[in-house]
Design a protein around this ligand. Structure first.
Ligand SMILES: *[C@@H]1O[C@H](CO)[C@@H](O)[C@H](O)[C@H]1NC(C)=O
Ligand SMILES: *[C@@H]1O[C@H](CO)[C@@H](O)[C@H](O)[C@H]1NC(C)=O
Ligand SMILES: *[C@@H]1O[C@H](CO)[C@@H](O)[C@H](O)[C@H]1NC(C)=O
Length: 565
């Protein structure tokens, strides 16, 4: 158990007496000996997110999600599917459930968006089917053998008990859980005509759904790590309409809240959860406050199957960012948290569409500093689309759930797991983020070359009205040099090579001028920051600008002073 440690650490060793009341609140949970351990020892036991559990439930504070002490908690979740035909969380035939939970925590996630089909809770005969029976009906004998080996106690559990057992396993690893009603009838989701898309579809009767949400909210009342419910995944299909959206979403939100007022109530938009444009001039009306979160889904194919490779990457990225802001990003300004509860891509690195989309999307997600949930931790499904042991190329884990599919991807993602901002409004400090690597620009020594390093350890920058980039608290500014040469730090900051503009449709190239030649910030093979000829600014759809993509990210920290969560 590590609930209190992360909060204790900064206060005990760095802070003034002003923080004492906070400490005292935490003290009751830990033996006093904790306080005499050196900071670095504590750090060994404190993955992200531990302290969040100490001050649950969660609330909203304008666009931020906060704990009971008002401190920001950034949801850095991964999706774990339990909504397909067997109605059992994936992977239990491959690894012990606690090993999967432990791995999720060790990879830096602080939460899981756990998917479930409505009928699990509204159809008593389904809910009381045993795990063994469920797999037997589907002819999945190999999976039964695997569960016998790795999670034998699950076989005789009912599907509902098995679902709760997974939530308990996540709780043992201090992981928060968001219960996502993914579909009604168990199976892979989603298509326009699957009967699960919108109110009134064959398997989606509003009354049954609202009753089911009330039941699941009640079932997890008093289970502190269950912090929220996603009311319904990806509304879609020809019945979609705004009138019914307001009517049933409001009713369901009230039902969940009255059954379990601790939960965040998380609401999906229309068109596969890609649009809330109908909220620009009409707001949702609820009787309770500080619990409402909107969720958005965005994949490479949201913009069309081949969009990212058909056109220049800067152009597509610029368009996608505009689209996301117009359809959902405005909710942040309205004062609601926006939870990017599904995004992800093929992790092999071989899909141009997914690579370009991820470089663009991670930049935006970092800049907005939103809460998020990656699709998916699942390395393979018991059964998907009629195929057994379906390999999931988007999975963080490999098909055996025994290791990470692509360590580089996890490394990139880790930059977004910690918050860049606490909930304060200081927007002057920036870090310069490089989405392709998930790293930020940092200086190794006073005047040595700049390099990429972990964002949590980089100094912050100030982007002045004169367009110079100054390291906060110093007289050093960033200076361009000849193409191919390392960028420099200098103190004479009035020449053209010290002025930086964001250019191209994506706004992700940082450009300056050296002897009238325009150059862009870039990285070389050793991750040293160089200036180089700007590449594929427009037109060319075959070239990839990603090494030159950077984004200014507002950051509250100065590297060493990161918020606890
Ligand atoms: C309820 O679940 C059982 C067992 O899976 C299934 O046979 C039945 O068709 C379901 N009933 C409804 C109304 O979905
Ligand atoms: C909001 O809902 C309440 C009752 O739930 C109702 O009295 C009120 O008129 C509604 N407001 C709007 C603007 O619809
Ligand atoms: C998964 O396990 C099987 C059987 O133990 C093994 O043959 C295979 O190589 C493993 N695959 C991965 C990706 O680890």
């Amino acid at each position: 158990m590590c609930f209190a440690l992360e909060l204790v650490k900064p206060y005990i060793f760095n802070q003034t007496l002003g923080a004492v009341p906070n400490i005292l609140k935490m003290v009751s949970m830990k033996p006093l000996v904790t306080y005499f351990l050196p900071t670095f020892v504590l750090a060994l036991f404190t993955p992200y997110g531990c302290s969040s559990v100490s001050a649950l439930p969660l609330f909203t504070d304008s666009r931020w999600i906060v704990n009971g002490d008002g401190q920001r908690v950034k949801l850095a979740c991964v999706n774990w599917a339990a909504h397909l035909e067997p109605v059992v969380a994936e992977g239990l035939s491959k690894q012990p459930v606690d090993s999967i939970s432990a791995r999720i925590a060790s990879l830096g996630f602080n939460c899981v968006r756990l998917t479930w089909p409505l009928f699990l809770i509204t159809n008593d005969s389904l809910g009381s089917t045993t795990v063994r029976q469920s797999f037997q009906h589907l002819g999945l004998d190999d999976a039964i053998g695997g569960i016998q080996e790795y999670n034998p106690s699950f076989l005789s559990m009912t599907l509902l008990d098995a679902f709760q057992a997974v939530v308990s396993s996540l709780a043992r690893k201090d992981l928060m859980v968001i219960l996502d009603n993914h579909i009604s009838k168990p199976g892979w989701c989603c298509s326009d005509n699957d009967g699960n898309g919108f109110f009134g579809d064959q398997y989606f009767q509003p009354r049954v759904w609202i009753e089911g949400l009330g039941r699941i909210a009640t079932m997890f009342h008093g289970v502190p790590n269950v912090v929220g419910v996603s009311l319904r995944n990806e509304l879609r299909g020809r019945r979609q309409n705004v009138q019914d959206w307001f009517r049933y979403m409001q009713e369901a939100a009230e039902a969940v809240h009255s059954a379990n007022p601790n939960l965040l109530v998380i609401i999906s938009g229309l068109h596969y959860d890609s649009s809330f444009s109908f909220l620009i001039d009409r707001s949702i009306n609820l009787t309770f406050g500080r619990k409402l979160v909107f969720e958005l889904h965005w994949y490479s194919f949201t913009s069309g199957r081949r969009a990212w490779r058909k056109e220049n990457a800067n152009k597509v990225c610029g368009n996608v960012i505009d689209e996301i802001m117009n359809r959902a990003g405005f909710l942040l300004e309205q004062g609601y948290p926006l939870f990017m509860s599904e995004f992800g891509g093929d992790q092999s690195g071989n899909k141009i569409n997914d690579n370009r989309y991820l470089n663009c999307f991670l930049g935006l997600a970092a800049e907005l500093d939103v809460d998020w949930a990656l699709w998916t931790v699942v390395g393979s499904y018991y059964l998907r689309g009629g195929k057994n042991e379906f390999d999931e190329p988007y999975g963080v884990l490999n098909a055996n759930f025994s290791g990470v599919r692509n360590p580089d991807f996890v490394q990139r993602l880790s930059a977004l797991q910690a918050p860049f901002q606490d909930s304060s409004e200081d927007t002057a400090r920036k870090v310069i983020f490089h989405p392709q690597t998930g790293l930020c620009i940092r200086r190794k020594s006073n005047l040595g070359p700049l390099q990429l390093g972990p964002c949590a350890e980089t100094e912050t920058w100030k982007y002045t009205p004169q367009k110079t980039l100054m390291i906060t608290g110093t007289y050093f500014c960033l200076q361009a040099d000849q193409p191919g040469e390392p960028a420099k730090l200098g103190t004479i900051c009035t020449n053209s090579n010290s002025r930086w503009d964001t250019i191209s449709d994506s706004d992700m190239h940082l450009s300056s001028k050296v002897e009238n030649e325009t150059v862009c910030l870039d990285i070389d093979s050793s991750k040293t920051i160089i200036t180089n000829t700007c590449k594929c600014l427009s037109g060319d759809s075959s070239c990839d600008p990603a090494s030159q993509w950077f984004r200014f990210i507002t950051s509250s920290g100065s590297g060493t002073k990161r918020p606890a969560l």
